[in-house]
Write a protein that binds this ligand. Sequence first.
Ligand code: GLC
Length: 495
Amino acid sequence: MAAEWWRDAVFYEIYVRSFADSDGDGLGDLPGVRSRLPYLRELGVDAIWLTPFYPTPDADHGYDVADYVDVDLRFGTLADFDALLADAHALGLRVIVDIVPNHTSIAHPWFRERPEYYVWSDEVPNNWPSVFGGPAWSLDERTGRYYLHLFAPEQPDLDWHNEAVWHEFERILRFWLDRGVDGFRIDVAHGLFKDPELRDEREPFPVTAFSSDWRSAVDQPEVHPLYRSWRRLADTYDGDRVLVGEVVFSDPKRIAQYVRRDELQLAFNFTLLFAPWDAETIRRAIDGTLSALSDVGATATWVFENHDVPRLPTRFGGGADGLRRARAALLLLLALPGAAFVYAGQELGLEEGELDDADRQDPILARTGGARKGRDGCRIPFPWSVEGPGFGFTTAAPWLPMPASFGVLSSASQEADSASTLALCRAALRIRRELGGALQWVEIGPGALAFTRASVTCAVNVDGEPFELPDGEVVLASEPLSDNRLPAGAAAWLR
Ligand code: GLC
């Protein structure tokens, strides 16, 4: 296997319960993913990232893990996992799995049998809030003590100052590495160690912000020796296994600390995901990222969408304008130097689905008394075919209702249309293989972005006047072009 394959890989995020249902229970599962691998191969991604499929009581859809070394029966079995991995490898696709080390499920046997693995206090010791609303401390009725949970009360935080926790996770990582996974996505990677003095956070808390910038209790120095040890472990395996951290800060310099040479290979960089559709902001995000990461010799990553934020067409204004901008953003994403993450459905231009509160399942809705709707809208299952209500995702009722608009957006209807977002994404992934080298900006004018990498130029008209494209043959355009001019909300690649 090629060394450092992850440096320019395209990772495809699969929210397992929303991708493909093989057994007609309305929930996606591992055999479902396996049956769709040829689609991903055809799409042209390099690797898939599977969100948690471990046994879980589902307080946070699998990010509350009750057993780190098994598969939840609703998602399949370990044998199904092995079969999926073998098929993926046979197709040349790598597979990374999601590891959730910040917290377990309250149903994990450790919570009762190994209470010393968790963070306890006789009284509520500080003002820390939960990301999902309410305080980060809950009373455990059995012991009469309070335990820490940065997320839901059903997700107690582990105490990483306890070395036994290190050993447990080493065993867990080995379990999956021995099975042949190509690496891990590390959930809440910046959060594992908390301020040992449990000091108050500064109020008011902007808990609605996706970024942890405001939290001073996380991002503790002790996390770095841990990642060095994980990196050493990963490096004892062949095949260049990769560690990708979910490090949620808006300043790339803070992210860079996690990807120094002997730590994680990659960390999510959410600067584009935080950016509005504005040329100056996007350019600053790109420059800031590239300079911070090159300082430590690391590769940049780029993300516009994931299972925690509203879909891009919706964020960029919705309707035809939102979709146009999301298509342009896809060409930008896939032209940037480094690794790119595409969230399942992004290649279809899926929009955020409208949902009734009664159908919503994200704990954020109830925990905030309805003030925040939660993340269900971007987790609606993937439409494979034109006919609802299951749109080829399931023969049963899908776990979240799928909107009628998903029919025309389905992969089947886009297959048949050479101007579709799916066709655009496929073509971009094919041509991307020719891209190489550093990014050189080409100055165009206000509202526009353009850069060259080797023989390919990517031009994006974010919100400026239509402009004349630079010299070269247009190999891909997100919109039909007239007179070689690029309208606002469009992007093109030239050779
Ligand atoms: C990460 C996940 C998110 C989850 C949280 C708690 O941010 O992406 O979905 O709710 O961690 O595990």
